[in-house]
Design a protein around this ligand. Structure first.
Ligand code: ADP
Ligand code: ASP
Ligand code: MG
Length: 451
């Protein structure tokens, strides 16, 4: 399969008939694209997550169902065999209704995963119909046959060895020059066939996992922007596309909030050094970004990423002076409550840590009051929420003279709550006070990334 490309199309790239048609052209324009992974149509996963929350009253449920119908009907109305397609969508809507009723009684991550999976199942089916409508044979494939995960619903961990074996046995034999296989991102199944998801934005990760299992030459992530930009182009108008990035830089950007790639996408690609391309399905002619093992340039400042809504927890204890084991005790409590610590900064008598809400399908994890109470038993606890974190991504940041001065200079007009620098050569993080984050991003971009 060394000559194959696996192509993934995000929600906006399959959001309506016009977008799907552009994506179709991208696929048929590349003879190496034999396997295609799709997200749910734009907006659909959010609507399904809302239904799964169990908090919608009847009126809202009906509003959401009507919206789901209209998103899919818009596509169906341009295709052949409309009755069959409508029947297929109505079958899913019936299940969505049943599962919504269950969620109103009792929510669970497992139920949420089953409910949201309808989004990808419907979009992929309609994309197959669109291929056939345009005269190209396409085969619908249920990715749950090969995307084996553990049972951690809402943010399941893929079992890569199993995925490789299942892909070899069930997906590879279907690949041929005469058909395009269309399958779902984001969803998977555990060993007993229950539906799981890889967490929000997980379709990029699905494509990389399948790409690795198929041994493809390239992974293409087709989205609504022509590549990975120096920062989110929706916030900073002077952001510009980056022609190439290393896996490390791309992973840092994704980890610190650049939504264009799911943070785990690079993991399966690194081992076999599979290049990842990111481009716009509407404007493929604009080119995009290649994410590779090595790049020609390694600038100190490559990009900026933003994560909103960080929680800062400051733990202090006078008995920490000269004491051992305080940090170990603190970390043990966080581990017990399954909260992953992000940034850390310490002084003689206190430690400050940040926690990110994360990307689980069922939504941000709330900080457990029990955990805070347990911490209060041996230290003073202060919690601040809703703080923005800006990460400067680059290379040799803690090695080259002048880098830190330039970065500090560029943030001087904003109130900084916490700084993390030195643990990685590839990032420098500023946790800011809640306020106008966009202004800070614009100012940093202007001073660090514009000539
Ligand atoms: P898809 O649905 O195709 O997966 P996403 O919405 O998940 O698309 O990701 C694309 C979006 O990511 C862009 O529209 C853009 O607003 C946002 N984004 C954030 N940071 C960046 C960045 N550095 N470069 C490009 N896009 C970014
Ligand atoms: N549809 C899922 C989401 O909105 C997965 C994805 O788009 O990557 O999170
Ligand atoms: Mg995405």
């Amino acid at each position: 399969m060394e000559n194959l490309d696996i192509a993934k199309f995000g929600g906006t790239s399959v959001g309506n008939f016009e977008a799907m048609s552009s994506s179709y052209k991208v696929v048929i324009g590349n003879k190496k694209s034999r396997v295609v992974v799709v997200s749910a149509c734009a907006g659909v996963t959010n609507l399904l997550v809302e239904l799964a929350s169990g908090k919608c009253n009847n009126e809202r449920v009906e509003e959401i169902i009507a919206k789901l119908r209209s998103i899919h009907e818009d596509i169906i109305s341009h295709l052949d065999n409309q009755d069959e397609l409508r029947e297929f969508v109505e079958g899913h809507i019936k299940e969505i209704r049943e599962q919504t009723a269950q969620a109103a009684k009792q929510t669970s991550d497992q139920l949420t995963d089953s409910l949201v999976s309808h989004g990808e199942l419907m979009s992929s089916y309609l994309f197959v119909a669109l291929f056939k409508h345009f005269g190209t044979d396409a085969t619908w494939f249920d990715v749950r046959e090969v995307m084996r995960t553990d049972s951690k619903f809402s943010r399941a961990k893929p079992l890569t060895d199993d995925i490789r074996v299942l892909t070899r046995d069930k997906l590879m034999p279907l690949i041929s020059d005469s058909t395009v296989i269309i399958t779902q991102g984001f969803i998977g199944s555990n060993i007993i066939g229950e539906t799981t998801t890889l967490g929000r934005g997980g379709s990029d990760y699905s494509a990389a996992l399948l790409g690795d299992a198929l041994g493809v030459a390239t992974i293409s992530i087709w989205t609504d922007v022509p590549g990975v930009f120096t920062t989110d182009p929706r916030i900073v108008k002077n952001a510009r596309p980056i022609p190439e990035l290393t896996y490390i830089e791309a992973a840092e950007m994704a980890n610190f909030g650049a939504k264009v790639l799911h943070p785990s996408t690079m993991l399966p690609a690194v081992e076999k050094k599979i290049p990842i391309f990111v481009g716009s399905s509407r404007e493929p002619e604009k080119g995009g970004t290649w994410v590779r093992y090595e790049t020609e340039s390694q600038p100190n400042f490559r990009a900026l990423a933003l994560r909103k809504n960080q929680t800062l927890i400051i733990l202090s204890s006078p008995v920490m002076v000269g004491a051992t084991g305080f940090l170990a005790n603190v970390f043990a409590v966080f581990a017990k409550y399954n909260h992953s610590i992000d940034l850390v900064s310490t002084s003689e008598i206190s430690i400050a840590v940040t926690i990110d809400g994360g990307t689980s399908t069922s939504g941000s994890a709330q900080i457990s009051e029990n955990m805070l109470n347990e911490l209060r038993q041996f230290c003073h606890v202060k919690v601040e929420t809703g703080l923005p974190l800006i990460a400067i991504i680059g290379n040799k940041m803690s090695e080259n003279a002048g880098v830190i001065t330039k970065a500090f200079d560029s943030i001087k007009s904003f109130s900084v709550r916490m700084i993390c620098y030195g643990a990685s050569k590839h990032n420098l993080c500023f946790l800011l006070k809640d306020g106008d984050t966009s202004d800070a991003l614009v100012a940093l971009h202007e001073q660090l990334l514009e000539d």
